[in-house]
Design a protein around this ligand. Structure first.
Ligand code: ZN
Length: 185
C-alpha cells in the first residue's frame, strides 16, 4: 500500500542536508517515484524532491505536462546531475511547497544539460531551457540541502525563516490538538 507522506517545510533538518545517492533503481525506489508523482499531482506542483517528503535520497519527479506536449508526462529521476550549464542566466520568481507563500527571485543558468537514472535504471541525458531548466535546478538544490530562501539577502532570509518556523510551530500545535494542520506543505 502507498505510504502517506507529508510535505516538510524548509526548516526541517532533512531539507538542510545532502541527500544520499541511490545505489540501484529497485522496487523500493520505483515505489518512492510513484508516491512522489502522486503527491506532486495531488498538490498541483510541477516538481518534488524526495527530501521534501522526509526521504533523504537523490530522487526527483517533475511534471512537464504544463511545458511541452512532446515530452514524457513525468520525469522520474534518480541521482540527477548537471553536466553543463550555460553562462547566460535569467531571473525568475520561484515558489516552493516547503517555503509556503514566499516567492524568491533567483538567478540561474538559462540552459542546462542533465544526466539521471530513469525509473527503469537506465541513464538518460536531457538538454533543456526556460522554465523546465529552472525547475530541474530548483529540485536539484533540494538534494543539496538548499532552499529558495538561501538565495535571499541575510536579513530577508532570517525573516523568511522565522515565518516558516512560525508555521511549523502552528502545524505541531494543530497536530497535537488533533485538528487539521494549518499548512501541510
Ligand atoms: Zn522546492
Amino acid at each position: 500500500m502507498a505510504k502517506d507522506y507529508k510535505i516538510l517545510l524548509a526548516t526541517h533538518p532533512i531539507l538542510r542536508q545532502q541527500a544520499k545517492p541511490v545505489i540501484a533503481v529497485d522496487a523500493e525506489i520505483q515505489e518512492l517515484m510513484q508516491d512522489m508523482t502522486r503527491i506532486m499531482v495531488r498538490e498541483n506542483g510541477v516538481g518534488l524532491a524526495a527530501p521534501q517528503i522526509g526521504v533523504s535520497k537523490r530522487v526527483v519527479t517533475i511534471d512537464v505536462r504544463f511545458v511541452k506536449k512532446d515530452l514524457p508526462n513525468m520525469f522520474c529521476m534518480a541521482n540527477p546531475e548537471i553536466l553543463w550549464a550555460s553562462e547566460e542566466k535569467s531571473i525568475e520568481k520561484e515558489y516552493c511547497f516547503s517555503v509556503p507563500e514566499i516567492g524568491v527571485a533567483i538567478e540561474r543558468p538559462s540552459e542546462i544539460k542533465i544526466r539521471y537514472l530513469d525509473e527503469h535504471g537506465a541513464y538518460q541525458e536531457f538538454h533543456t531551457t526556460g522554465i523546465l531548466a529552472r525547475c530541474f535546478q530548483h529540485e536539484l538544490d533540494h538534494l543539496e540541502g538548499i532552499a529558495t530562501v538561501d538565495y535571499l539577502s541575510p536579513l530577508k532570509r532570517s525573516l523568511a525563516i522565522k515565518r516558516i518556523q512560525c508555521l511549523e510551530r502552528a502545524n505541531r500545535q494543530e497536530e497535537t490538538s488533533g485538528a487539521q494542520p494549518l499548512f501541510s506543505r
